[in-house]
Design a protein around this ligand. Structure first.
Ligand code: PEP
Ligand code: MN
Length: 374
């Protein structure tokens, strides 16, 4: 694989090339898995693969069995597509990757020489299926990428990874593809970056890749999410690319053309993990010191606020008044929005901040133990 990856960008500028291990196989390079959402025909996957050949793309992806929300949509070509995907991957000298959602898929994919497998968001969410997949994958050496579950639930994501590990799977990566939330905003799937960062806190040894395509839902939004993932020190990308996105049979709006991927990869500037000069380090440290002082003031202010909340609660209780006052709550939330907005803080953040303070204030007023909250 080494020469195939020779022209890729560095993973980060202070990366040490691993010597004793062949895993991950891309050494210091930033790994990119790219290819269509679905393998639709032999011509389509061959043309896409050929268009990617000269790019720093390390693995060719293509969905063969597509889990669709509604029946009747294009559900993938199935086994014949494995043959085409493998042929296309062989031609450009890269390993192929497919999604597996069932033990039978694992068997077929391995029989057809597919080098990487990924578990889709709908499957990660299902512990029964994950157990079955884990049994099918245990004892194989194939690298597995585990997408986050559709709902923002870190335990399900960790649980899917743990089920695979217990079955003996060792080459694991997590893929962050965003979450389904009740009120979608700019993106098809809300990034909720903190959940992926939490995953990394729990399991720092597991590489976390970003799938900006399924997060974005629209091709023009893919580069901005890809850039954020670099700032957050993600370890790789999975990106959907199609030779003719407008005619794609699935996820047409979010697939990049090979030219758009080339342009994204040409701007790929992996970040340094640590500053490269003492001067930069000193400037950051001085600002961090200011942050620490402000954090201490914030905590003092929050503690003082809670003390006043408890005094109010004592008066309310002594006089039989409800501790929750909806009008006051609404008025304070509004004040947070407007005064915070005037200070350049986004409304959504201010709402979350106030909700958090208010929830704790109510807990203190009613003296609910923290573990008693849902
Ligand atoms: C895919 O990668 O094409 C796919 C179906 O992804 P997800 O499971 O993230 O929806
Ligand atoms: Mn897709």
């Amino acid at each position: 694989m080494a020469e195939v990856f020779a022209n890729g960008p560095a993973l980060n500028q202070d990366c040490q090339v691993p010597t004793a291990h062949d895993w991950p196989p891309w050494g210091c390079q930033f790994p990119v898995m790219a290819g269509p959402c679905s393998v639709e025909s032999r011509e389509q996957i061959l043309a896409t693969a050929r268009a990617l050949q000269s790019l720093p793309v390390h693995v060719l992806r293509g969905g063969v069995w597509k889990p669709r929300s509604r029946p009747g949509a294009f559900e993938g070509v199935g086994e014949p597509a494995l043959v085409w995907l493998r042929e296309a991957a062989m031609e450009i000298g890269r390993p192929a990757a497919v999604e597996v959602g069932h033990p039978r898929h694992v068997e077929l994919a391995l029989d057809h020489g597919i080098g990487f497998l990924w578990i889709g968001a709908r499957t990660t969410a299902n512990p029964f299926l994950m157990d079955e997949l884990a049994s099918a994958l245990g004892g194989t050496d194939v690298p597995i990428l585990v997408k986050n579950p559709v709902s923002p639930d870190l335990s399900l994501w960790l649980g899917a990874i743990e089920r695979l590990e217990r079955a003996g799977v060792r080459r694991l990566m997590a893929v962050h593809r965003g979450f389904s939330v009740p009120e979608p905003g700019r993106y098809r799937n809300a990034p909720l970056w903190r959940i992926a960062l939490e995953l990394r806190r729990h399991r720092p040894e597991i590489p976390v890749w970003c799938d900006p395509s399924h997060m974005a839902g629209r091709a023009e939004l893919v580069p901005e999410l890809a850039a954020i993932s670099l700032d957050l020190l993600y370890d790789g990308w999975m990106i959907e690319v199609h030779v003719d996105p407008t005619h794609a049979k699935s996820d047409a709006a979010q697939q990049l053309t090979p030219a758009a991927l080339a342009s994204l990869l040409s701007t790929l500037q992996p970040r340094r993990r640590t500053p490269n000069t003492a001067d930069v380090q000193d400037r950051i440290e001085a600002l961090r010191h200011q942050l620490d002082e402000l954090d201490a003031q914030i905590l003092d202010a929050v503690a003082a606020r809670m003390a006043i909340v408890r005094k109010i609660a004592a008066i309310q209780k002594a006089h039989g008044v409800a501790v929750f006052q909806p009008d006051r709550w609404k008025a304070t939330l509004e004040k947070y929005r407007s005064t915070g907005h005037a200070r350049g803080l986004p409304p959504e953040f201010l709402e979350n901040l106030y909700e958090l303070l208010h929830e704790e204030a109510l807990r203190q007023k009613t003296e609910t133990p923290p573990e008693g909250r849902s």
